[in-house]
Design a protein around this ligand. Structure first.
Ligand code: CTP
Length: 415
C-alpha cells in the first residue's frame, strides 16, 4: 500500500475512537491518510487528535470557504486512491444509499470515482432493521465494498449481535485487497452476510387449543429449535419474522416476533407475514382442536365425564407450500416422529409439498422435546443427509447456511 492515499470519512459513532488506531496503522504501512469528520464524529473524537495522527488538516465543514477555494470536496475525492468510511452509522448508510450531499462527508462520497470501503458499526437492531438491510443491498449493488460488522458485545449493556466495527487489521486487510486489485469484484472482498436482503419466516413452539376459557390442549414443544432458527437466520443477515405459540423463551435479537395461541391464529399470522424467501415450519401445531369452545368454564357434573369432540386444524406447512405466487422459494418442514423417522419424513415431504424436511426422533428416549440437542435427518428431493447429534443452535445455523446456499444457487441458475 506504500505511497497510496486514503481518504478516511469518520462517522459519528462510539467506535470512532478506533479510527485513531486505524490511522496509525495505515501510516505505519506507508499510506498517507486524510480525514473528513462528520459533525457527529467530532462529538466522539476531536479533529485535533485525528490531525495529529494524519499529520494533515482535518476537514469537517462543507462551507469552509478557504477549503473550498484551496482544496474543495472534488479535490479531496480526486486525491485519494481509496475512500474508507468508518464507523458507518445507520444514518450515514441511509444517506449514502439515498445519494444525499448535505455535509462535507456525504458530498465527498457523491463526488468520488474511486473504490469505497465501508466499515459499519451500530446497534444490532439497527443493523438488522429492514431499512438498513435495504440500504446495504442498494450500496452493494452500487459497487460499495463492506468490511464487517462483526458480531459480539455492544457498548450498550446486555446487548450483543452483529454491529461491532470490524477490527483495525480486518479493515486494513480489506483496504489492501482493494488497492492491490482495484477491479476486484465486490463479493470477493466483503464478508457478505449469506442471507442479507432475504426474508425468512419461521414458526415455533406449540399451539394451545382452548377447551373452554380456562383449559386447553397443548403439547411438549419448547420452541427452542424454532427460536434458534430465527436467531441464526438473523445472525446471517436475514430479516426474520418469527410466529410463535406460547413459549417460555426470550425473543431472539433482531427478529420480528408475532405471538399467537392457536393453529388458526398461527396460519393467519404466517399468511400475513408473506412474502418470504424461506419458510421454516418448526412449530408443533396441534393437529386437532375442540370442535366447540364454550364461553363459560365446563363444570364438573356428577357421574358425567364430558366428551371433547375434536376437529382437524389447518395444516400451515401444507397451506403455505401450495404452488403459487406467494410460495416461499424454499419451504422447510420438520417431522417429529417416534419411529421410522426417515420413512415417515419422506412421505411427509411429498404429502405436504415441502422442499426439505428436517426429521427428528422425538421419542421420550431421545430427549429432543425440551432438550438442547437434536439429531436431524435432512430429507430433500435428492436424498437424505444424516446429520450428527448437534445442539439446536448448531442445527439452526447449519440449516440456515444450507438455505442461503440454496437461494444463491437458485439465483445463479435463474441468471
Ligand atoms: N405442521 C403445520 N401445521 C399443522 C401440522 C403440522 O404446519 N397443522 C407442520 C409442522 O410445523 C412440521 C410439519 O408440519 O413442520 C410436520 O409436523 P408433524 O407434527 O411431524 O406432522 P403431522 O402433519 O402432524 O403428522 P403426524 O402427527 O401424523 O405425524
Amino acid at each position: 500500500m506504500k505511497q497510496q492515499r486514503i481518504l478516511l470519512l469518520i462517522g459519528g459513532g462510539i467506535a470512532a475512537y478506533k479510527c485513531l488506531d486505524l490511522i496509525r496503522r495505515l501510516r505505519e504501512e506507508g499510506v498517507s491518510v486524510r480525514a473528513v469528520m462528520t459533525r457527529a464524529a467530532t462529538q466522539f473524537i476531536t479533529p485535533l487528535s485525528v490531525g495529529a495522527l494524519t499529520n494533515e488538516k482535518v476537514f469537517t465543514d462543507l462551507f469552509d470557504l478557504n477549503d473550498e477555494q484551496e482544496i474543495g470536496h472534488i479535490r479531496l475525492s480526486r486525491e485519494a486512491d481509496l475512500l474508507i468510511v468508518a464507523p458507518a452509522t445507520a444514518d450515514f448508510l441511509a444517506k449514502m444509499a439515498g445519494g444525499h450531499a448535505d455535509d462535507l462527508a456525504s458530498t465527498v462520497l457523491m463526488a468520488i470515482d474511486k473504490p469505497v470501503l465501508v466499515a459499519p458499526a451500530m446497534n444490532p437492531r439497527m443493523w438488522l432493521h429492514p431499512a438498513t438491510r435495504r440500504n446495504v443491498a442498494q450500496l452493494e449493488a452500487d459497487g460499495i465494498r463492506f468490511v464487517g460488522p462483526n458480531t459480539g458485545e455492544m457498548a450498550e449493556r446486555n446487548e450483543a449481535g452483529p454491529g461491532r466495527l470490524a477490527e483495525v487489521p480486518e479493515i486494513i486487510a480489506a483496504a489492501k485487497a482493494i488497492l492491490a486489485k482495484p477491479a476486484t469484484p465486490l463479493r470477493s472482498v466483503r464478508s457478505k452476510a449469506p442471507l442479507a436482503g432475504r426474508h425468512v419466516l419461521v414458526t415455533s413452539g406449540p399451539t394451545h387449543e382452548p377447551i373452554d376459557p380456562v383449559r386447553y390442549i397443548a403439547n411438549r414443544s419448547s420452541g427452542k429449535q424454532g427460536h434458534a432458527i430465527a436467531a441464526a437466520a438473523a445472525a446471517l443477515g436475514a430479516r426474520v419474522t418469527l410466529v410463535t405459540g406460547p413459549v417460555a423463551l426470550p425473543d431472539p435479537q433482531g427478529v420480528d416476533v408475532v405471538r399467537v395461541e392457536t393453529a388458526a391464529e398461527m396460519l393467519a399470522a404466517v399468511t400475513q407475514g408473506l412474502p418470504a424467501d424461506v419458510g421454516v415450519f418448526a412449530a408443533a401445531v396441534a393437529d386437532w382442536r375442540p370442535a366447540a369452545t364454550p364461553k363459560e368454564k365446563i363444570k364438573k357434573a356428577k357421574d358425567e365425564t364430558p366428551a371433547i369432540a375434536l376437529v382437524e386444524n389447518p395444516d400451515i406447512l401444507a397451506a403455505i407450500a401450495k404452488p403459487g405466487a406467494r410460495r416461499p422459494s424454499l419451504v422447510i418442514g420438520f417431522a417429529a416422529e417416534t419411529r421410522d423417522v426417515v420413512a415417515y419424513a419422506k412421505k411427509k415431504r411429498e404429502a405436504k409439498g415441502a422442499d426439505w424436511i428436517a426429521a427428528n426422533d422425538v421419542s421420550p428416549k431421545s430427549g429432543v422435546f425440551g432438550g438442547d440437542a437434536n439429531t436431524v435427518h435432512l430429507v430433500t428431493a435428492s436424498g437424505v443427509e444424516d446429520w450428527p447429534k448437534l445442539t439446536k443452535d448448531e442445527v439452526a445455523e447449519r440449516l440456515m447456511r444450507r438455505a442461503a446456499e440454496f437461494l444463491k444457487q437458485s439465483a445463479a441458475a435463474a441468471e
